[in-house]
Design a protein around this ligand. Structure first.
Ligand code: TTP
Ligand code: MG
Length: 351
C-alpha cells in the first residue's frame, strides 16, 4: 500500500492570531495587512471575507468594501512564535514532516493511519492536538498524495477534515483553479480551451493534452486522473538545519546575544528530531552588514543539545567583535544523518 499524507493548513492564520491576542475581536471583521492607504491585505477573517476582502486585496479597496472593519498591522513576530508551536506539535505526529509555509505543513501519517483505521478520526486527532497547544483551528486534508491532500485541506474550511478515498472522483467536479500553483493567467488559458473543472482536464486525450500543454501536460493530467504520487522525501535530501534571529535594534549586550544563541540552538535541536550532525556553524551579522560564519566540526557524531550549544558559545567567544552592534545571529548544523549510533562522551565528541 502507498503512503498516506495529511496536509494541515491553519484557518485565516494571521487574523486567528490577532483574535487570540485580543479576544474582543472575535466575530468582528478583522483585516491584517499594511495599515496605510497603500499596500495590500495579508489576510482577512471570515467576517471580513463576507464583504469581499481577501488576501492581496488593495487596502484602499478593502476600506471601501468594509468601512467598519478592524485594520491591523502585521505582527510577524507573534505569528512566527505561534507557527513554531504548531509545527513542533505536527512534527511529533507522523513518520515524516515537511513545513511549507508559516501556516501549513505535510505529515506522512501512514503508520498512524493503520492504528486509527478511521482517517476522519485521525484528522480530528490532528486538529485537537494543534488546538490544545495553541487554541487555534486548522483544516486537514488526507489523501495518498501530497497534492491531493493540499487540495483536500481547502475543501471544508474552516475547521474541516476531508478524507479523499478516490482522488479522481473527488477532484473531478472541482474548479481548475483549485490546483495549487495554477495562477490566473493559466486559468484563463484553460477556460478558453473549454477546461473549467479538473474533470475536464482528466477527460482530454493524449494528443489534445500535448497540443495544449506540451509533454509536461501528461504529468499534469496524472493529478486530475488521481494518479499523482507526490510524497514527502525531504529528510534524506536535507543536508542542514538552521535558525536565525534578527534583533529589533542592534544588540550590544553580550548576555542577550548569547541568550538568543541558546534559544536558536534549542530550536535547531528540536528540528533535528532523531538526526545526527557533524558540523555546527555560527553566523553573526553586524550593524554594518558584514557577516561572518564560523564552523566547528568534530570527529564524533552530534546528537545532544549541548553538542550544539558548547561549540556555538565557544565560537562566539572566539570571534565576536564587541565594538560593533549585532543585527542578526544564526545557528546551523550540517552533515546530517539518520544514523542511530551515537557517541555520548564529550571527550570523544570534541576529539
Ligand atoms: P493562507 O493559508 O493562504 O490563508 P489563511 O490562513 O489566512 O486563510 P485560510 O483559512 O483560507 O487558510 O495563508 C496563511 C497566511 O499567510 C495568512 O494568514 C497571511 C499570509 N498571507 C499573506 O501575507 N499574503 C497572501 O497573499 C497570502 C495568500 C497569505
Ligand atoms: Mg491558512
Amino acid at each position: 500500500m502507498g503512503r498516506i499524507i495529511a496536509h494541515v493548513d491553519m484557518d485565516c492564520f494571521f487574523c486567528a492570531c490577532e483574535e487570540k491576542k485580543n479576544p474582543s475581536l472575535k466575530s468582528k471583521p478583522v483585516i491584517v495587512g499594511s495599515t496605510g492607504t497603500r499596500g495590500v491585505v495579508s489576510t482577512s477573517n471570515y467576517e471580513a471575507r463576507e464583504f469581499g476582502v481577501y488576501s492581496a486585496t488593495p487596502i484602499s479597496i478593502a476600506r471601501k468594501l468594509c468601512p467598519n472593519g478592524i485594520f491591523l498591522p502585521v505582527d510577524y513576530y507573534y505569528y512566527r512564535e505561534e507557527s513554531y508551536k504548531i509545527m513542533l506539535t505536527l512534527k511529533d505526529i507522523g513518520d515524516d514532516f515537511l513545513q511549507v509555509s508559516v501556516d501549513e505543513a505535510y505529515i506522512d501519517v501512514t503508520t498512524l493511519a493503520n492504528t486509527f483505521g478511521n482517517l476522519d478520526l485521525l484528522g480530528k486527532f490532528i486538529q485537537k492536538k494543534v488546538y490544545k497547544k495553541t487554541k487555534l483551528t486548522c483544516s486537514v486534508g488526507i489523501a495518498n498524495s501530497r497534492k491531493v491532500a493540499k487540495i483536500a485541506s481547502d475543501f471544508k474550511k474552516p475547521n474541516g477534515v476531508t478524507v479523499v478515498e478516490n482522488a479522481k472522483e473527488f477532484l473531478s467536479p472541482l474548479d481548475i483553479k483549485k490546483i495549487p500553483g495554477v495562477g490566473k493567467k493559466s486559468v484563463d488559458y484553460y477556460r478558453k480551451n473549454g477546461i473549467n473543472t479538473i474533470g475536464d482536464l482528466a477527460k482530454l486525450d493524449t494528443f489534445k493534452i500535448i497540443d495544449l500543454f506540451g509533454k509536461h501536460g501528461i504529468e499534469f493530467q496524472k493529478l486530475a486522473l488521481g494518479e499523482d504520487r507526490s510524497k514527502i522525501e525531504h529528510i534524506i535530501k536535507e543536508k542542514s538545519s538552521s535558525r536565525e534571529h534578527t534583533f529589533t535594534d542592534d544588540e550590544y549586550d553580550r548576555k542577550n546575544i548569547k541568550q538568543e544563541l541558546l534559544k536558536l540552538s534549542k530550536r535547531v535541536h528540536e528540528d533535528l528530531r532523531n538526526r545526527t550532525f557533524k558540523t555546527v556553524s555560527l553566523k553573526l551579522r553586524y550593524s554594518d552588514f558584514t557577516t561572518i560564519t564560523r564552523d566547528f566540526s568534530f570527529s564524533g557524531i552530534g546528537k545532544e543539545l549541548y553538542h550544539i550549544t558548547e561549540p556555538i558559545l565557544t565560537l562566539f567567544e572566539e570571534y565576536y567583535d564587541f565594538r560593533i552592534g549585532v543585527r542578526l545571529v544564526g545557528v546551523k548544523v550540517s552533515r546530517l544523518s539518520n544514523r542511530k549510533e551515537i557517541q555520548t562522551r564529550l571527550d570523544e565528541f570534541f576529539k
